[in-house]
Ligand binder design. Structure first.
Ligand code: ATP
Ligand code: MG
Length: 473
């Protein structure tokens, strides 16, 4: 790559159109930020392009839309002075170059028009302040006032200005720093890391939704533990996940130790990140042990116990989602279910009976494979013999699940005899007896006393009805 020419980043025909639009309006414009960074890092074709105009970003967006063949719609955000259009699978954001100043109690700055340098100054990191000219005469030229290229090469997260000011002005940047370090496997420069630690309580002015956006991106990284370790190191973790902080530490009583469940949890998250891209399964890994802190007890005979931590943990999931203003929907229920059932396959692994497997499938439903994935990720023993043994046990459970499900079909269990049929048979109105009979049939099927079939279920219904003193009408 030549010293100062980055035309290769501007392969896409849309950049020529942008350039023409700018020329027509007689304004300068530059592509800036994430697109430039990701291109230089070879992170694949970025779909988001940020364009800064030295003048009105909104006018530039409108002119660009006019010049584009398909005349896309321009969305204008007047309050922010920005505009956006979509073309050819790309999302292009336009902003006028600006200078910002901040109040202490808000991350929304007072904004005035500025130069390109002013605009680069307000960017969060040197690697996000790189700009490439779209102007005639300098087309393809890189503008890198803060040595962002060097930082890209050395894999360093650094702020253009004094980090204490950068982070205090907009504390979301603290999380962005940690997120980029995790996503890109970069190191946060020491001054920056110290500044984050100093400014950690500023996180309180950031909305929960923004925080969760960043946490989700950390969770979706190849090695999410890096981000959580940084949250821990900088002291941000207690503001976001006090439940995880509570898992940290090893206690010893009468020579008996328990493992550090915080670091164990991070290992589980890294493990599961290697086998699934399902964000919610990764959340389940993150939260699977949170019930261990409030349930921890020491018993003289059996040592450390965490009785019912799965149940307590699943209740905590709800509170945590609510506090973080996350949707309390089926995703939350999924995470709860995974936490609640997280020890079930482990209990099974010793001795795999058909009826225990049937119950597991019945309770986990469509999520039984996800549950197995979580349990496999939960194996963090450093003893290779034990590791192999546990893996093999779970493999056996997985095989048994397939075998039992093929035969008994209890995955989305539908009672082979319906409530209506029970009511009709015995001339019953809705009543307790119906539940008793349905339950008896379900239990008999799960225990393997009868097959999951109509005839056998009907027979049991008649027998149970008799026991309850009912008569067939
Ligand atoms: P990604 O799209 O992967 O999240 P990005 O760097 O493109 O990464 P965006 O949120 O899309 O992040 O922002 C685009 C650009 O806007 C950034 O590269 C950066 O220059 C600037 N920017 C975004 N958020 C901030 C912020 N909080 N403070 C300063 N500059 C920011
Ligand atoms: Mg972006």
């Amino acid at each position: 790559m030549s010293q100062n020419n980055y035309k290769s980043a501007l392969d896409h025909p849309v950049f020529n159109i942008l350039s023409q639009a700018a020329k027509t309006l007689d304004v300068e414009c530059y592509v800036i930020g994430g697109f430039v960074r990701d291109h230089l890092l070879n992170r694949g074709e970025a779909k988001d392009i940020d364009v800064v105009a030295i003048g009105s970003g909104i006018d530039l967006a409108r002119k660009t839309a006019q010049l584009l063949h398909e005349k896309p719609k321009v969305s204008v955000f007047k309050t922010y002075g920005t505009a956006m259009l979509r073309t050819q699978g790309l999302e292009i954001e336009f902003v006028g170059a600006r200078k910002e100043s901040y109040n202490r109690d808000s991350r929304n700055p007072v904004v005035e028009d500025g130069t390109l340098e002013d605009d680069q100054n307000r960017r969060d990191f040197t690697i996000n302040a790189l700009a490439i000219s779209l102007n005639e005469g300098s087309y393809g030229e890189l503008l890198d006032p803060f040595h962002g290229i060097e930082d890209l090469e050395n894999k360093i997260i650094r702020t253009p200005l004094d980090p204490d000011i950068t982070y205090s002005d907009d504390p979301l940047r603290m999380l962005r720093a940690i997120r980029f370090a995790t996503q890109l496997n970069f190191t946060i420069e020491k001054e920056s890391l110290d500044a984050i630690a100093r400014n950690k309580d500023r996180i309180e002015i950031i909305s929960k939704e923004r925080i969760v956006d960043e946490i989700n991106k950390i969770l979706m990284a190849d090695v999410p533990s890096k981000g959580f370790a940084l949250l821990h190191k900088t002291g941000l973790l207690p503001y976001i996940f006090p439940e995880l902080v509570a898992l940290q530490g090893i206690e010893e009583i009468e020579g008996q130790l328990h493992k550090d469940n915080f670091w164990h949890t991070l290992e589980v998250v890294d493990n599961i990140a290697q086998t699934t891209n399902d964000l919610w399964l990764r959340w389940a890994a993150l939260l699977h042990d949170i019930g261990k802190a409030p349930t921890k007890k020491f018993d003289k005979k059996i040592g450390w116990t965490f009785h019912a931590h799965e149940f307590v943990g699943s209740k905590m999931v709800y509170k945590l989602f609510k506090r973080l203003k996350m949707p309390l929907n089926d995703k939350m229920k999924f995470v709860q279910k995974m936490v609640l059932m997280s020890s079930r396959p482990i209990v099974l692994a010793g001795e795999v009976t058909d009826s225990a497997v049937r119950r597991l499938i019945f309770d986990a439903g469509d999520y039984v494979e996800d549950l197995m994935t979580l349990c496999e990720a939960d194996i963090t023993t450093k003893n290779p013999k034990k590791f192999k043994k546990y893996r093999n046990n779970f493999q056996k459970v997985r095989e048994k699940i397939v075998e039992v499900e093929e035969r008994d079909h209890v995955r989305n269990f539908q009672p082979p005899v319906s409530g209506e049929e029970i009511m009709e048979t015995f001339g019953l109105k809705p009543s307790r007896e119906i539940g008793v009979i349905k339950d008896a049939i379900k239990e008999a099927i799960l225990d393997g006393d009868i097959p999951n079939e109509y005839e056998a279920a009907r027979e049991l219904m008649l027998k149970k009805g008799k026991e309850l003193g009912l008569t067939v009408v």
